[in-house]
Design a protein around this ligand. Structure first.
Ligand code: AHR
Length: 492
């Protein structure tokens, strides 16, 4: 097999910033089978559960070290009224999930169940408030219900419903996609709504809020300029969140080699989004107090045959794994600005990390990437430079090798994507003044670029370990074609 060659240089003394673990966050919406069946089966289910939440899912997610989960939507959040999801289950109303198939939501999964889920998997809750069809008072009261430690009527109600201690929810979205399903606002109008709603979102004792404003659809500079222009001096804002779906090329499981490259190229445009959006934000926030967030991102394939189109279920192949990996690498490289990102979505919807079917469960290739990349969480991002032979994709070109690096104590961790469908890349890795004492790699790859896990064969794609001979400032490694690799180096 012919190979390409590349050089990678890691700058151990050029620190970008601490990688916020929240970059490795998730998004769970009341949509299709993400919450109902995928997460929540109810206490009386024959599927083993803890207080109604699936045990197999809890265990699988814990291995991915989930830092934060965004809930309840998405567009669902823009028509969600939190009061429907508390109190005795039998008296919760049956509401219509208007955006996703107009199915009935019996509201069995509400605020308490979400907090329980987060605690079971060790993640922070991130609640997306309803600006589109809700009121400032409703959102204000949700914050009080969750966070007030005193003896108010809402705090008493929380205690009656099983949780006397405040939830201390820190992350709150002030709306979702307010340029679309969240109210079809012009950016100026949303900025005014943002100011009004957030004014009434109070910090209570030991529960300071981190407020997140709705950012653009994709890399739209117009929304960002006009939002910040209108926001003016107002600074009750901590994060600003874009959404970017790279879409599909072919279908989830059927694509040509050209389509393999097209989708990977489209995913790589996340870097342009981050670079351009952060530059605009710097103009309005030169001290960089406001973090850039991408709280929905991922692939979005055409509806799978035999599935309800509105439920957005899709298979997840090696190609999705490369999309996830290269996107996480982009966020790591911009750790000085990107403070959170949430893949869409956790289970059974879009680029899921887990799929379920009744009592069965599997981890997707994307889920394996999250476990492989977990070591970056909380480490210091380092500057890394790649010299590789680029790949032509139509009129443009794609990197021949890309990745990110981080440092924690004397452990260097680097993650690398080789997008070449059938060409290995023989690489010289240089640590400058640093010295490797030993190194090992975890690799996710397959001879078939369409490989994916099914319930009949759930382990078709699984990472495997490789030992790398490394001793000194330079070592060599050949990245297999169509692969994601995580290399851990002990420095000495
Ligand atoms: O993730 C699916 C949907 O995509 C979300 O509900 C919405 O916010 C976005 O358009």
């Amino acid at each position: 097999m012919a190979s390409n060659t590349a050089n990678v240089r890691i700058y151990l003394n050029e620190h970008i910033a601490r990688i916020n673990p929240n970059i490795y966050g998730y998004f769970s919406e009341h949509l299709g089978r993400c919450i109902y069946e995928g997460t929540w089966v109810g206490k009386d289910s024959p599927i083993p559960n803890t207080d109604g939440i699936r045990n197999d899912v809890i265990e699988a997610l814990k291995k991915m070290k989930p830092p934060v989960v965004r809930w309840p939507g998405g567009c669902f959040a823009d028509d969600y009224h939190w009061g429907d999801g508390i109190g005795p289950k039998e008296s919760r109303p049956r509401t219509i999930n208007v955006y996703w198939g107009q199915v009935i939501d019996n509201n069995e999964f509400g605020t308490h169940e979400f907090i329980k889920f987060c605690r079971l998997i060790g993640a922070e809750p991130y609640i997306c408030g309803n600006v589109g069809s809700g009121s400032p008072r409703e959102l204000r009261n949700w914050v009080e219900y969750c966070n007030f430690p005193g003896d108010s009527t809402l705090a008493r109600k929380r205690a009656e419903n099983g949780d006397p201690e405040p939830f201390k929810v820190r992350y709150w979205g002030v709306g979702n996609e307010n340029w679309g399903c969240g109210g079809n606002f012009a950016p100026e109008d949303y900025a005014a709504e943002y100011r009004r709603f957030s004014t009434f979102m109070f910090n209570f004792k030991d529960a300071p809020l981190y407020l997140i404003a709705c950012g653009p659809s994709g890399n739209d500079p117009n929304w960002t300029h006009r939002f910040f222009e209108k926001l003016g001096w107002y600074r009750h804002i901590n994060g600003f969140s874009a959404h970017y779906y790279c879409g599909s090329a072919g279908t989830a499981t059927e694509y040509t080699v050209d389509q393999w490259y097209q989708l990977i190229h489209r995913a790589s445009l996340m870097e342009d989004l981050v670079v351009q959006q952060r530059a605009i934000m710097d103009g309005y926030d030169p001290k960089r107090n406001i973090g850039l967030i991408v709280d929905e991102w991922g692939t979005w394939h055409p509806p799978a045959p035999g599935q309800v189109p509105q439920f957005l279920w899709q298979q997840n192949t090696l190609r999705d794994a490369l999309v996830a990996a290269l996107t996480l690498d982009v966020f790591n490289r911009h750790a000085d600005k990107v403070v959170m990102a949430n893949i869409a979505q956790t289970i059974n919807v879009l680029q899921a990390v887990i799929l379920t079917e009744g009592p069965k469960m599997l981890v997707t290739p994307t889920g394996h990437v999250y476990a492989m990349y977990a070591q970056h969480q909380g480490a210091t991002a380092l500057r890394i430079a790649f010299e590789s032979e680029s790949i032509s994709v139509g009129n443009t070109s794609l990197f021949g090798l890309a990745g990110s690096a981080s440092l924690k104590d004397n452990r260097l961790f680097m993650t690398v994507v080789n997008p070449n469908a059938d060409t290995p890349v023989e690489t010289t890795i240089s640590l400058g003044d640093g010295r490797a004492r030993s190194a090992s790699a975890t690799v996710l790859t397959h001879g078939d670029i369409h490989a994916h896990n099914t319930f009949e064969s759930p382990n078709t794609l699984e990472p495997f370990e490789v030992n790398i001979p490394a001793d000194g400032a330079i070592f060599n490694y050949t990245f297999p074609p169509a692969s994601v690799t995580a290399i851990s180096v002990l420095l000495g």
